[in-house]
Design a protein around this ligand. Structure first.
Ligand SMILES: Cc1ncc(COP(=O)(O)O)c(C=O)c1O
Length: 429
């Protein structure tokens, strides 16, 4: 495939920089660097044969590899570009929006080390303020806060590396607020939840689901009752990974109060649906006004981003309990990571501000419409397809491996799904 000039990756400048540095290493010359940790000796110098062996502190060779000519680097990158561009047409199995292009506006920022260390709401500038995009990050948080029925005075948060980090943050806050709490999570949770529970060493109980991935509230109530003396931390799926099932916050709250559980905390995992439900005509409740204590959403899913990202929000009273001032960076530490991505807040900010909320709403409504159409068409073709209300996930019996591969479908046991993300149209297939 001939790459069109406008979209061709501009990598030659970078490889030229690498080359000029490499020229410093002349054949046979030994270069000593720093504290003796690196000892670089160039053994030969020529196309594809340039090799430098690096010795570690004990004098062992630790790496050896060719210094690649820029044309070769360019070929590798062009081949990658071709592969990722080509998969777009048939990529319908995973919730990744491929319909965006921030390259014109945001590419200049790839030259800077944007680092959002610290709490985006801290009032005193950090030692890295010049390199931070906290102001853009706060605007993104305020947009999501508005979409989830929160008030910026009561809700805080930050831009994460993705939904998993947001879920870990929600459960971490819950554990700090309710150290003896038991986490109630369902069979349909994303696989990362098991890992998070292990990392945080939280006690947990797995709740059954109905045949379509929604929590079994009777089982939840019984288990809550059996542990009523211990606080309950309920992990609610607001759009489960495989079937898009939405756990009902009103029914969870009813189960908690019927079981007379002493204290409770609800975290909402809204990885995909967090940016769908606010724009759906008749959304299921999942916001702060519906009882959520924290909510996590992925940014690269519905909105689309070249770098995975997400947003986590939590009631300010929970976040205040974990903050500490770090003199070294002059930052208030309320987040999981130290250094944080300063570019992804720009991506999310630009996605909303350059299009406006109404355009995002129209994009979501179109995607819901395509999901309804795909379900209808599959059913008309005799496939037992179905979807939950307000879900972009269309579920059907697992087809042949050949179809799974061709359409990059997500398959698990006897079902598979497609997801009508904004780049998927009625004409596909
Ligand atoms: C329901 C749910 N939660 C969490 C995640 C993890 O999100 P991320 O991949 O952004 O870390 C996913 C990812 O597909 C998901 O579907």
């Amino acid at each position: 495939m001939q790459l069109d000039q406008k979209r061709k990756p501009r990598t030659s400048q970078r490889t030229a920089q690498l080359e000029s540095k490499d020229v410093l290493l002349e054949p046979g010359k030994t270069v000593e660097r720093g504290s003796g940790y690196e000892h670089v000796k160039l053994e030969s110098f020529g196309l594809f044969e340039s090799r430098a062996s690096v010795r570690n502190i004990r004098g062992d060779a630790v790496s050896e590899g060719p210094i690649l000519p820029s044309e070769y680097c360019q070929q590798r990158l062009d081949a990658l570009y071709e592969r990722v561009s080509a998969c777009r047409e048939e990529f319908i199995g995973y919730p990744l929006n491929l319909d965006f292009d921030y390259s014109e506006v945001l590419a200049p920022f790839l030259r800077f080390s944007l680092n959002n260390v610290g709490d985006p709401y801290q009032r005193v500038p950090t030692n890295l303020s010049a390199l931070q995009t906290h102001d853009f990050e706060r605007e993104v948080l305020e947009i999501f806060c508005g979409l989830t029925g929160g008030s910026p005075a009561d809700v805080s948060g930050y831009v994460t590396n993705g939904g998993t980090e947001g879920n870990m943050y929600g459960l971490y806050l819950a554990r700090e607020v309710l150290p003896r709490g038991i986490v109630y999570f369902s069979d349909a949770c994303h696989y990362s939840v098991f890992k998070i529970l292990r990392v945080l060493q939280m006690r947990s109980v797995r709740i059954r689901t109905d045949g379509r991935g929604e929590m079994d509230y009777n089982h939840l109530r019984e288990t809550l009752q059996a542990n009523r003396d211990l606080p309950a931390i309920v992990f609610a799926n607001i759009g489960s990974t495989m079937t898009g099932a939405i756990d009902s916050l009103p029914r969870i709250k009813a189960a908690v109060s019927e079981a007379a559980t002493c204290r409770s905390y609800i975290h909402c995992d809204a990885a995909l649906s967090g940016f769908v439900l606010p724009f759906a005509p008749n959304p299921q409740p999942f916001g702060f006004s519906d009882g959520a204590d924290s909510i996590s959403v992925s940014g690269h899913k519905l909105i689309g981003s070249p770098i995975p990202c997400g947003v986590v929000l939590a009631r300010r009273c929970h976040v205040e309990g974990i903050g500490s001032n770090i003199e070294y960076v002059g930052a208030l530490d309320t987040t999981l990571s130290g250094s944080r991505n300063g570019l992804t807040p720009l991506v999310l900010w630009y996605a909303f501000r350059s299009r406006g909320i109404r355009t995002v709403r129209d994009m979501v409504r179109r995607a819901l419409d395509v999901a309804a159409y795909a379900t209808e068409q599959l059913r008309a073709a005799g496939v037992d397809a179905w979807r939950h209300e307000n879900s972009l996930i269309v579920v059907f019996p697992r087809p042949s491996e050949c179809l799974v591969k061709r359409w990059h479908l997500a398959a698990q046991a006897d079902i598979a799904h497609l997801v009508t993300m904004p780049h998927v149209s009625r004409n596909q297939g």
